[in-house]
Design a protein around this ligand. Structure first.
Ligand code: GDP
Ligand code: MG
Length: 439
């Protein structure tokens, strides 16, 4: 992929103490090739490389950086700029509800993304309403209803025999009377842009004047996504984009060129089929990821969303009172799993992205399954008080969970270590916050 290619290029630079203009030029040539191969629009690449060349040659080398780091820094800044600089927030209405209208081609991920946004806003304490305005495929309405059920979010629908404009108007007044502060409209798509589709979308736009017309584009479709975005921008004056399937084998080109070509920012990214696999799009983080620097901030954000704050407090309390049990251990592991597939999480950790050792990760997942099975084979008493688990109990647990005694032993050891480590962390925290008396 693009990240690996760029990393190779920069690795070559890193080996050198001082960079000549020649070094910079040949590195940029490789960057240019990598970008073109990643299907980035060639005009965008040309401007991009020119900008970097001008800066790399003109700029004084910062003392704290090696020349190679300096070039990488410039490339990162320019990549960030290319994708719009700052993260762009959704515009919220002065008086609710805020109407977000999702538009895009069939299969781009509108319905899924509508669900992801509802989930995202709900976690922020808002009360979203999903609207089924794709009346041409009755299955689309069912799909949204299913998502609504899963998320415990209201879904507004009037069946498939109504005009989408009436549906959306009805939804907005329903939102007003039910205190829904965000209305997320899932519209119909076509395989190709046609006049009828644009006409329908324009009529909906005219009727409810959405705060945000968000185009959903599929990153996997590369330059086609960029062309589609150009057309939608011209005809519907969209406000921003939700780029889906960035988790796939996308060559990355769409994410890099779309902002430059349309003048509209990517606001959210879809990174998987699951409803929590949404990321707010930050150009600088995306640039880091493309450059293989990992993406700690996204990781931390994901962790914060997955970890229940109240549960964390409870855990702290338990540790204090020495009541941290194997059940808590299991809960904790579930939370880590909620963050998403392990391989995806690893990809965000610096240094792990490029050389993703998929085999090891697979083992890791299997290991987690095993641990889960073992704990589930214990009695409640054993989970609460692991110290009572003697030899015969270990044998029983191993056979009950289809594992070996060594697996049970390893888990118990791990549990003890975790408990000890967490206690120490807690003590440190107390001292730092001035909670404990000195000495
Ligand atoms: P719509 O026709 O625009 O409403 O598209 P759907 O929401 O029905 O999605 C089409 C397909 O794309 C489904 O199989 C989704 O699971 C899948 N999909 C949507 N977003 C993502 C994403 O971010 N990553 C991946 N891998 N798949 C996605
Ligand atoms: Mg749909």
């Amino acid at each position: 992929g693009l990240a690996e290619k760029l990393q190779d290029t920069f690795d070559k630079l890193r080996g050198k103490g001082k960079l000549s203009e020649e070094d910079v030029k040949s590195a940029l040539k490789e960057v240019r090739m990598s970008l073109l191969e990643a299907d980035v629009n060639y005009r965008v690449v040309k401007d991009f490389i020119n900008n970097i060349e001008e800066r790399a040659v003109g700029e004084e080398v910062m003392e704290s950086l090696t020349p190679a780091q300096q070039v990488i820094k410039i490339v990162k800044e320019e990549l960030t700029e290319l994708m719009g600089g700052e993260h762009q927030e959704i515009t919220f209405a002065d008086s609710p509800p805020t109407v977000i209208m999702l538009v895009g081609l069939q299969g781009s991920g509108k319905t899924t993304s509508a669900g992801k946004l509802a989930n995202h806003f709900k976690k922020e304490g808002k009360s979203p309403l999903l609207v089924a305005a794709d009346v041409y495929r009755p299955a689309a309405i069912d799909q949204l209803e299913q998502l609504g059920k899963q998320l415990d979010v209201d879904v507004f629908q009037m069946g498939d025999e109504n005009d989408p404009v009436d549906i959306v108007k009805g939804a907005v007044s329903s939102a007003r009377s039910h205190d829904n502060d965000i209305v997320i409209v899932d519209t119909a798509g076509r395989l190709h842009i046609d006049e009828e589709l644009m006409d329908e979308l324009s009529r909906i736009k005219g009727a409810v004047d959405p705060e945000e017309i968000m185009l959903v584009v599929d990153a996997m479709t590369g330059q086609d996504a960029v062309n589609v975005a150009e057309r939608f921008t011209e005809q519907l004056d969209i406000d921003g984009m939700f780029m889906t399937k960035l988790d796939g084998d996308a060559r990355g080109g769409a994410a890099l060129s779309i902002r430059e070509v349309t003048g509209r920012p990517i606001k959210y990214a879809g990174v998987g089929e699951k409803l929590n696999q949404l990321e707010t799009f930050h150009p600088d983080r995306m640039a880091s990821r493309i450059l293989g620097m990992g993406d700690m901030l996204s990781l931390i954000e994901r962790a914060e969303e997955s970890f229940d704050e109240e549960q964390a407090k409870e855990l702290e309390e338990k540790l204090r009172e020495d009541e941290f049990t194997l059940e808590d251990f299991l809960d904790q592991m579930d939370q880590v799993r909620n963050m998403g597939p392990i391989d995806e999480i690893m990809g965000m950790i610096p240094g792990m992205g490029a050389a993703n050792k998929l085999k090891d990760i697979q083992v890791e997942e299997e290991q987690l399954d095993k641990i889960q099975a073992i704990i589930q084979s214990m009695t409640e008493e054993e989970r609460r008080d692991p110290d009572i688990i003697d030899g015969s109990r270990r044998r029983r647990i191993a056979s009950g969970s289809g594992t070996e005694i060594q697996d049970v032993n390893r888990l118990l050891k791990q549990f003890r270590q975790t408990r000890k480590m967490m206690k120490q962390l807690n003590k440190k925290k107390d001292k730092l916050s001035g909670g404990g008396l000195p000495g």
